[in-house]
Design a protein around this ligand. Structure first.
Ligand code: SF4
Length: 238
């Protein structure tokens, strides 16, 4: 089954990421660069997460009934936000302001409930500043404070203007793109977007099954969803 090959390739990419990340972190440790990420932080989980559809579908298939319910109740909020926003920047700001964050974060201990399956975009956020900076909305900062923060960053190390280490982000983006290419090679469809929304698509429409059994119907459905929620989906059909 084509989907099995897509998922095998994704799992291989997960392993590749973890292996290469170890090397990156070892090198940074030698340079005495401190990474502030700790178990139970969860501050970056308040940001909107984007990923490829195979990553989201793999997570969707592992969720408990309660997790599915939580996610389904959050989806209309997300859809409203996407309809209200005038552009992607405004949508991301609205998402951050609503403070709910990711429904896969366990509220009691601020840990990720699907840690071993988390998307590349989550894996690749490694903070070079104390975690309180991960929760800051820069639009709320005084211009001088913002300037001081930006000038404290080393653009050769971080993904400027963020304080996150650049190398893992480049690595994660490359592996996410390769996952989408793998999907495209099998289905002539490349699909990425908001993590919560992609999981919902799988739960609501059994999209993986639809891709396997009725690709034309899947294409129609996705074109409709993309038209309605352009900030939630990135779709390429050939
Ligand atoms: S998937 Fe996990 S790591 Fe990623 S934002 Fe959600 S809770 Fe955080």
């Amino acid at each position: 089954m084509a989907w099995q090959q897509v998922i095998e390739s994704l799992r291989t990419n997960h392993q590749r990421f973890e292996h290469q990340l170890e090397n990156i972190l070892r090198a940074e440790e030698q340079r005495k660069l401190q990474i502030h990420c700790r178990k139970g932080c969860g501050n970056c989980c308040r940001l909107a997460v984007n990923c490829s559809f195979p990553e989201a579908a793999l997570i969707a298939q592992q969720l408990s009934t309660q997790q599915q319910q939580t996610l389904k109740t959050r989806t209309p909020v997300l859809q409203n936000m996407s309809k209200t926003a005038e552009n992607l920047k405004q949508f991301l700001r609205l998402f951050r302001q609503q403070r709910h964050g990711c429904p896969l974060l366990i509220p009691e201990n601020q840990c990720c409930s699907i840690y071993s399956l988390r998307p590349f975009s989550c894996r690749s956020l490694l903070s070079t500043r104390p975690s309180s900076w991960c929760g800051v909305d820069f639009a709320d900062l005084h211009p001088l404070e913002k300037q001081a923060f930006l000038s404290s960053l080393n653009p050769e190390i971080v993904a400027f203007p963020t304080h996150y280490l650049a190398q893992p982000q480049e690595l994660g983006a490359g592996l996410e793109a390769s996952t989408m290419v793998e999907m495209h090679d099998h289905y002539d469809i490349s699909l990425g977007g908001n993590l919560i929304y992609l999981i919902w698509l799988e739960l609501e429409y059994q999209l993986v099954e639809l891709l396997e059994k009725n690709r034309e119907k899947a294409k129609k459905l996705l074109l409709h969803e993309e038209r309605n929620h352009p900030f939630l989906l990135q779709l390429k059909i050939s």
